[in-house]
Design a protein around this ligand. Structure first.
Ligand code: ZN
Length: 157
């Protein structure tokens, strides 16, 4: 990545940290879940509404965390609105491949999420970047207990 592009990406992350999009609870959510990353202290709740066609019609988040976790949640909610559950799952696979540095992510499909490509250099930050996504998946599964990044999620190891 050239440094100019790196700066742009950094600006995007800082902007979403300062002014998170889709931030705050969603009163009429059909699904929600809490996620916790004990390694960093990030704690977020993801709220969403699914329609009968399995389309994510609304998605918001709430909570506290580091710049990476907050910016990631903000950009995730921007990207997931209007997507089907299957499309969301595919996007998460791409995003996980990008930040974990495994496999070959489809950077075109990732769009602005490609801003998190630098995270792979910082293994501790991978969990900050993926927390919102794990929490989104937990919400879809209507997890009754808060999920933790320290609980193994075999689908994405
Ligand atoms: Zn964090």
């Amino acid at each position: 990545m050239n440094s100019e592009l790196g700066d742009l990406y950094q600006q995007l992350i800082l902007d979403h940290n300062r002014r998170p999009r889709n931030f705050g609870p969603l009163a009429d959510a059909t699904h929600h879940a809490e996620g916790y990353n004990p390694l960093c202290g990030d704690k977020i709740t993801v709220y969403l509404t699914l329609d009968a066609d399995q389309v994510v019609t609304q998605v918001r988040f709430d909570g506290k965390g580091c710049a990476i976790s907050k910016a990631s949640a903000s950009l995730m909610t921007d990207q997931l609105k209007g997507k089907t559950v299957a499309q969301a799952d595919s996007l998460f696979r791409n995003f996980h491949a990008l930040v974990a540095g495994v496999g070959a992510p489809d950077e075109v499909a990732l769009g602005k999420l490609a801003a998190f490509g630098g995270v792979r250099e910082f293994p501790m930050r991978v969990k900050c970047a993926t927390l919102a996504w794990h929490t989104f998946r937990a919400a879809l599964q209507q997890a009754a207990v808060p999920i933790s990044t320290e609980t193994r999620d075999t689908a994405y190891e």
